[in-house]
Design a protein around this ligand. Structure first.
Ligand code: AMP
Ligand code: MG
Length: 323
């Protein structure tokens, strides 16, 4: 099932990982722009979206792609130097493309999130990418609101093996592959049942969640080590492979209108579920990928090894009542 989608998806994300890792090492101040929502976008975001969309578009013409980026800023005359770098890195990574082809490929990612579609976050955790830390290339195939396939490329997770590629297919389990080549291995969530022994992960960026509340929850669970901070969907990969047990993302009260984006959760959530874990929002509702580009019917995110899921939801509900 979905054999070709899986193979081409893994190939595209694998190539993108190599390119993104090289760009991260050589990154300079001029390689970043600020978007209208004030979030950063780099030459790597553009180059990865161009590369992945070009590959997906050539193998699956007509299958829509919902990507995070568009080419508008890249086309501006004042960003010519930045564009030249995108061209340079694509060429260096065996994907030579002309300017128009790059823009067209990036804009292939401008589809609406309806029916069956790919969703792509070319660089998830751009702020981590800029700090030289964790980031992920996230690709998922969604059909009528259900995630069928999820692929996460994590160049800085075991970098000595070229990074780690995770993939999961609905009903096919979750797998990890050393990106430099090697056997795929099945992954499982941890078997821990005692919350005190568990590891808790959250965003590095304090504006992306409510860290005070998360700390209070980890205290009430009597978790001995403090929450570990990490950028991007690498957190889902860590929970899926049993290296952490709880990933919590409580909406930050400073941005009450923020809605989670589908490309930030589709791949990672399937990888945790297929590894035996549970994913819901903080009210215990399943993530609803059927309502467009955001998870507007959900509120925050909770991914666990399953064993503590209801306990964490209960603590959240109690804290909400006390507020
Ligand atoms: P992380 O690295 O887990 O913190 O997640 C990075 C993602 O957080 C980015 O891709 C953004 O889409 C998303 N993000 C940006 N602003 C917010 C916010 N106010 N609340 C939650 N997530 C956000
Ligand atoms: Mg993202």
């Amino acid at each position: 099932m979905l054999q070709k989608e899986k193979e081409i998806g893994l190939q595209a994300v694998g190539m993108a990982m190599t390119m993104a890792a090289a760009i991260q090492k050589e990154l300079t101040g001029g390689d970043t722009l600020t978007k209208t929502d004030r979030s950063p976008v780099t030459i790597a975001d553009f180059a990865v979206q161009a590369l992945v969309c070009q590959i997906l578009g050539s193998h699956f013409p007509g299958l829509p792609i919902v990507g995070e980026e568009d080419s508008l800023a890249l086309r501006r005359p004042e960003n010519r130097e930045l564009f030249a770098k995108v061209i340079h890195y694509l060429k260096k990574n065996d994907a030579p493309m002309r300017e128009k082809e790059i823009c067209d490929s990036i804009d292939l990612g401008g589809a609406e999130a309806n029916g069956t579609f790919w969703t792509l976050d070319p660089i998830d955790g751009t702020k981590g990418f800029l700090r030289g830390e964790q980031f992920a290339i996230a690709l998922a195939l969604v059909q009528d609101g259900r995630v069928l396939l999820g692929i996460l490329g994590c160049p800085n997770l075991l970098p000595a093996t070229g990074g780690t590629l995770f993939w999961a297919g609905h009903g096919q389990g979750s797998w990890k592959i050393p990106a430099a080549g090697g056997q795929a291995e099945p992954i499982r969530i941890s078997a821990k049942t005692d919350p005190r022994q568990m590891k808790f992960v959250e965003s590095y960026e304090s504006s992306h969640s409510d860290k005070d509340m998360q700390l209070e929850i980890s205290r009430r669970l009597q978790i001995s080590s403090p929450p570990e901070q990490m950028d991007s969907q690498v957190k889902y990969g860590i929970v899926a492979s049993g290296l952490a047990d709880i990933y919590l993302r409580i909406p930050n009260p400073a941005t009450p209108d923020y809605r989670e984006k589908i490309w930030d959760h589709a791949a990672g959530s399937l990888i945790v579920e297929e590894a035996g874990g549970w994913v819901s929002d903080i009210d215990g509702k399943k993530l609803d990928f059927s309502v467009g580009k955001t998870l507007r019917r959900n509120h925050g995110i909770l991914a666990t090894n399953g064993r503590v899921h209801s306990r964490v939801l209960e603590i959240i509900a109690n804290l909400a009542i006390q507020k």
